[in-house]
Ligand binder design. Structure first.
Ligand code: FES
Length: 130
């Protein structure tokens, strides 16, 4: 009896082509981490590349907010401006300032960021509640 579809390969053929694909993949790691040093708290937190700075702080019980921010913050939507941090080292490891940050931080030093808008791509040191 003839196979219905002559394009079908044997399972072994398929397995060999998969192995070839795996060997040809570049040898760079698929997971890269970034470290966030919270200077005042003397704590280093590791995060995956592109992690949100505010979320990593909250996950690790780092207090980002002053009293006013604790009572009322926007939950990370860049509306309240209460999650301000100062970048001590590694500004180049953060995503660029967003339009929201440029508006909210207009009168603040260049080293200030909104934690909820900053994505971490490498080692960075920050001060909370500057
Ligand atoms: S949490 Fe409101 S601006 Fe960041």
């Amino acid at each position: 009896m003839q196979p219905v579809n002559s394009d079908l390969q044997s399972p072994n053929d398929n397995l060999q082509s998969r192995e070839a694909e795996i060997v040809q993949e570049p040898s760079k790691p698929s997971f890269q981490s970034a470290s966030i040093t919270f200077v005042k708290e003397d704590k280093v937190v590791f995060a995956t590349q592109g992690a949100n700075l505010r979320l990593k702080a909250i996950e690790n019980n780092i207090d980002l907010y002053t009293f006013k921010g604790k009572m009322m913050n926007c939950g990370g939507y860049g509306q309240c401006g209460t999650c301000i941090i100062e970048v001590v080292e590694g500004m180049e490891s953060l995503s660029p300032r967003t339009d929201v940050e440029n508006r909210k931080l207009k009168k603040k030093p260049e080293t200030y960021r909104l934690a909820c808008q900053a994505l971490v791509n490498g080692p960075v040191s920050v001060k909370t509640k500057p």
